[in-house]
Design a protein around this ligand. Structure first.
Ligand SMILES: Cc1cc2nc3c(=O)[nH]c(=O)nc-3n(C[C@H](O)[C@H](O)[C@H](O)COP(=O)(O)O)c2cc1C
Length: 161
């Protein structure tokens, strides 16, 4: 029997392939983004999505304040963007480059390179361990392009093609 610890948990979970998204929000003019793979569709009636956000993150603090966020789904060309929004070095300068985004109805940045995005208002939160499950009520969405997805699997970025 494998030991129950963080390392074996991470290793087991790394066998589950996921898509990669950039969660974004804006509070008092401050735009922020963070790479997220713990994202899922939650309900069709009403339209709900869920994201699991670590409580120690800046994103957690900001979404609790803004009560709204966007999920930008990355295509296979998005590895650099995924790495950027997971790295604290991004906080040293502006996180979003002119022309690379526009603001959605919730005020959250929507990335021009996303294959699709959904915007949501915060509907419910569930504190579970060191993360909070954030349930969002979808208020806008758009499919921007038909591109193959970026995949995160076994601690690396992959593509289907
Ligand atoms: C592929 C990948 C997926 C990630 N998924 C999540 C996630 O679902 N939830 C989360 O809280 N952090 C996730 N992270 C970690 C955050 O992106 C990272 O800790 C980020 O720097 C936190 O940003 P902030 O504290 O500036 O808001 C992921 C990182 C990577 C590389």
């Amino acid at each position: 029997m494998t030991q129950l610890d963080k390392g074996s948990f991470r290793h087991a979970m790394s066998h589950f392939a996921s898509g990669v998204t950039i969660m974004t929000t804006t509070v008092a003019g401050r735009m922020h983004g963070m790479t997220v793979s713990a994202f899922a569709s939650q309900s069709l009636d009403p339209l709900l999505i869920l994201v699991s956000v670590e409580r120690s993150t800046t994103m957690h603090r900001l979404v609790i304040e803004s009560r709204a966020f966007a999920i930008n789904i990355l295509g296979e060309q998005g590895e650099g963007t995924a790495r950027f929004f997971a790295d604290n070095a991004r906080l040293d300068g502006p996180e979003f480059q002119e022309g690379a985004y526009h603001l959605g109805v919730t005020g959250s940045p929507l990335l021009e390179e996303a294959t699709a995005y959904l915007e949501a208002t915060l509907d419910a939160t569930l504190e579970a361990g060191d993360h909070t499950v954030m349930v969002g009520r979808v208020v806008a969405l758009n499919v921007v392009r038909d591109a193959a997805p970026l995949i995160y699997y076994r601690s690396g970025y992959r593509s289907l093609t």
